[in-house]
Design a protein around this ligand. Structure first.
Ligand code: GLN
Length: 253
């Protein structure tokens, strides 16, 4: 299949429960950037109890949620979706998992009340809630497909996430807390799955991440690497620069 006239198939996991960080903004960016290139995006919501049909999605999105929503979702993931999700990403489907979604993409999350929520295990990481929330603007130096760029957003999480050897970090913290406020790492990447605490939403001011995901998902769809037509990102780059400037401005000014 050539990339001309392709429609990417996005599985939006738990749009009703995991949606507190303008997650729809991320999906709108994917849709627009595909449309500007003459490509389509078909979004399917996958909710509580819905199965994941093998081979039906090129890209998955799992957004952020409060601990109580996360607990419901964790139970449903383990019961109805974890095996199929693992198979889908092992088959080359891409994924973006943000904040609470990032935590559930790992092995599990121990919440603020001490209860353990199982994760899917598509990223090699584990998360335990700490006594304080890690909140604020976050700037990282990220690396994807051998390319390094600055990525910016906002973080707000109690969870402290630690990576295992099967995931590499999305990037190194320049400003902010990142995965746990201690090791200077942010996010996790395995194969074509990206997990991150960055939201705000993430993709409007970091179009490079959007295009990386689109490229991976198109490769899953068409079976071959796809060169994406460049877009005029002047406005996106200005938004990125303004967010970085705000995040790195010295306190007290
Ligand atoms: N409930 C999780 C935490 O506080 C995830 C937060 C979120 O998605 N904001 O760590």
């Amino acid at each position: 299949m050539s990339a001309a006239a392709v429609t990417l198939r996005l599985g939006h996991l738990y749009p009703g429960e995991m949606n507190i960080y303008a997650d729809r903004g991320n999906i709108a960016v994917l849709e627009r950037r595909l449309a500007w290139r003459g490509l389509g995006l078909e979004v399917t919501g996958i909710g509580i109890g819905d199965p994941i049909v093998a081979g039906a999605h090129d890209l998955f999105y799992l957004g952020g949620g409060q601990d109580r929503d996360q607990a419901v979702v964790a139970e449903d993931l383990a019961r109805t979706k974890a095996g199929a999700l693992r198979e889908a990403v092992a088959g080359g489907a891409a994924g973006l998992c943000v904040c609470g979604g990032f935590q559930l993409a790992g092995h599990g999350y121990t919440g603020t009340d001490g209860s353990r929520m199982p994760g899917v295990g598509i990223l090699d990481l584990d998360t335990v809630a700490g006594p304080t929330r890690l909140i604020g603007n976050l700037v990282i130096e990220a690396e994807l497909d051998g390319e390094r760029r600055s990525v910016v957003g906002f973080e707000n999480h109690a969870g402290r996430t630690r990576l295992g050897p099967g995931s590499r970090p999305l990037g190194r913290v320049v400003q902010g807390h990142g995965n746990n406020g201690e090791d200077g790492l942010e996010g996790g990447v395995t194969g074509r799955v990206i997990g991150t605490y960055l939201h705000g939403p993430l993709l409007p001011k970091n179009p490079w991440i959007a295009d990386t995901l689109i490229g991976w998902a198109l490769e899953h769809r068409t079976g071959a690497p796809v060169a994406l037509a460049p877009l005029d990102d002047t406005m996106e780059e200005e938004a990125h620069a303004a967010a970085v400037a705000r995040a790195t401005r010295r306190r007290g000014r």
